[in-house]
Design a protein. Sequence first.
Lengths: 570, 469
Amino acid sequence: MKSVSREQATSDVNSASASTTRAGGPILSQLLDQRGWFILSNEGVVRCPLLVKGRLIDPPDVDRDSISRAFAALDQCRGCADAYQTYVAAGNAQVLRHREIDRQSMLATGRWIYTVMPSVEAKELVETDIDRLTFELYSLPYDSVLEWLRLVSTAIQRETELVSRVRDIDRTISEHPDAFGDIAYLALAFLFAPENATASVDSELSQHGVPGRRLLDEWVEMPVTRIPGPVHVVSADMLPDAFKKDFSSQKVLVRAMPTRQLHITAGNSPLVPVLSLLRAVWTKSPCALKLPSGAILAGGLVALIAATAAPLHPITQHLSMVYWQGGDENSERTLFSPGAFDRIVVWGSPDSIASVRRRAGFTKVIYFNPRYSVSFIGRDALRDGDLDDVAARAVCDSMIENQKACIASLVHYVEGSVEDAERYAEAVERALARWDAQLSHPLLNSHRALLKRMERGVFLDATVRFHQVAGAYRSGVVIAPHDFGIKDHPMCRLIVVRPVSDLDECLRFLHPGVATVGIFPDDRRQSLRDRVAARGVSNVVPLGHAGAAVAGSSHDGMLVLSELVDWKNG
Amino acid sequence: MSTRSGLHPHHEELLQQAMRWAAGAPFNAEHAQRSRRDALLRNHRHYRSCIPFYRQIADRSGVNDDASFDHLANSMLLPDAIFKSYPQSLLDQGDLRGMDRWLRKIFHDDVKVSVDEHGTVDDWLASLEGRGIYAVYSSGTSGNLSFVPRDAYGWWLFREGPLHYAPLLLARRGAVGPLKALLAAFAGRTLSPARFRQVFKRLGFRGFDGIFLNFSGGRQGTQVVGQELARRVRKAHFLYPAEISASAIRALTRGQSSLAEQARTDIFLDATVRRKVENYGRMVRATVAAIDDGQRIMVFGAPHSVKEFCDRILAGGKRIVLPPGSIVGYGGGWKSFAGEALSEPALLELIESAIGVKKQFVIDGYSMTEIGAVMLKCEQGRFHVPPYLETIILDDALDLVDGDDVTGTLGLMDPFAVSYPGFLITGDNVHRTRNPCPCGLGGETLLSVSRASGAEVKGCGGIMATVNA
């Protein structure tokens, strides 16, 4: 955003977007064609705009040769066991590359798809005019938030062609099975529905029965009494009578104040950036959101729709959806500096979490740490008639985001002998085979390496069974008689079945790193749930329910909206 | 296999080749390859018949006794994690018999029943030694210790094998005078391994006093190297004149589960933390005394220990210049126990400014507890692979990559690994080249070594590294 020509381009784009307000349709299509956004060129290049405080930023023109040269320079330094570098900065552009994946074979075609984005100055993401925020965004009646959501949701529903176009491009590089990507795009309109905001906010921010929305809008009197502090007691003789008289009649007021939020999101689910964005919007807060490299296009789409459906709305005016390379000192020094934001939300890899933890010491940070989940299968499940039913439920819990989500079950503890576990594993294999037949998924080389290590003995005494189609891995079941290092789990549609003599025995494997435990049968869940929860597990659910969502429920042990607002006493 | 029957002829031949190679004799790469691959095929048959775990993997992969070398390289490289594949709960519960049963699966012989049923990991290691099994261990950030078991023969090869060529490589670097270097080269080219051992035993490193920045006892990999060198110098001084405790190392990362572990951890912390300044002070005084005695000095330790030694000297206000011909050797990770990273150029500069030893006389060694070899870095900055060690390069899917100049994950096949599976996928990424090294030494070299991404921390990540399920 430094050069004059880019400023001009940005201005053009934003006047165009302003003129499309609520009109949408042809003007938006015209804008896309004019700018060449979200079009996959023959050379494998997609141009994706980003959003900075309501302004759409056009990616600069970068020719394919420059991109190839920039990546070639990185590839020269690459060893054959290293992952390919996926990011280059080329002039004012940022370019990410992903492997194109053939959706039939789910194998890489050998072609790269390049996503070109504008580079963004970190300081432009920081809100420094607190009074403007106070009188503009923070003073907005909540109905206006709902109106923004309605506009965006309606635009998403209206722009089916655009959504399909972006989805089709995204599909070429997605590491998720197609159906997971499809449902994520389909869910967008639903997620932006105002009803979700009211349900979540009213529940999570409620105080003394006052709905959260009201607390976000104004100072609300609480039905409590102000109690004198020690200072009042010891100084009682010195205080004016009028003060003492007024003391207990002073109202106790509370407000949920919006905060300036920085969201650093992860791409293990395409919905993570959207959910994080919604939390900022729901709390009426200015937001700078870093898109994950695996969900740039979906994020760019939301940014485009927000900027064109409600361009002048304060929420859009204080919304940024951007990308920078994780760990980039220049950007992060500014963004993590004391006072730049009131809240930082971090999802993602251990490296991202550790990096933010180290550098953002003066800002309140909400961490969504890497976690994993497990299933407890009680002895009653092993009755022949029930086995396939139980395995299907448990596999459903394992397949959340194709086992990439932290609530996806990696280990099924089975109460019984090794023979029982083998019988259960066969049922799991049957369930997985159905998934493999209907929802094929790509496999990365890093997964292949982990599977090879597993086959060659990382798990002692384990029985390793892979389901292969035409010689290629599709899913796997490992029956492990002993405990094993969870870090050796490849998280690629592989389930470790661990026989245990009693479900009580599994409790020693629980800790705050375990997000969810799905338990069958339900009477065992009820008898175990306090002991499971006391060990740091966040969700103790009936088997098969791990992937379900409930508005207003806690996430990683937190009522997140409550963490995102600043509670004020007045 | 037993030492009673002497060195196996094929091992003797491999050592002879290593000596000639290090002494600068004409090097025939094809001949070296034939010899080592012959030994590796023998090992495969031995593993298959005697090591249950190896047999199981071989059967699963359809690899029989007649497998070709290529077949083995493709299918039988095993992750180095097999040496820590025991259930951590066994050590958590002090179940020594359980550990014995695990060990048997990766060891080539029966493991006699131990007297004690329960105890600490240190008790187990001591008990194994009493039963003729020498288990060297290493630790990573996860605190899950790897145990590599060797019988008496394998133990001898592990300790003595590298001494057939490493001193000759040091002589090439000028660590001895020009005349002695010539004599050493002549000995390396002409003597039999047995005769060379006799000569080396008599002369060894007797011209040196040793400053060993490690523990005087215990079976942790780097410590063992220090202990072996210490046996060959005139006078050895250890930073920690005590046995390193495996229980303490494990407990420090994973937490203490028993009173015995707590006690050992306290002793460990007392030596390494509470009395650290005192210990380094003693090493500085020993250095000055050796200089006064007119001895050359060999300083050895992990990089961060060498740094601390140099820092300690400089903190005293002035440098202590070691006598000409003194050497500094280091090996092991480039991170301190607290995770602080160290750069080699910075360390080299520090060494020269603190003790006056120039880069030429600073020896970096690359090895791991799972192999009976050490790769020494030459003045050109390359680690030289001894001719008896087979290196394999693997890509990110762990498929073999061929080529004279390739970078990838390092696989190793060690003919001296006779009592455990010695065909391994390491956790390191290396740049291997067969192009000649300007230093003039033949054979393969490693231009760079780095920890493979995710070798210790991966998947669910750091906080999960210690987690079992």
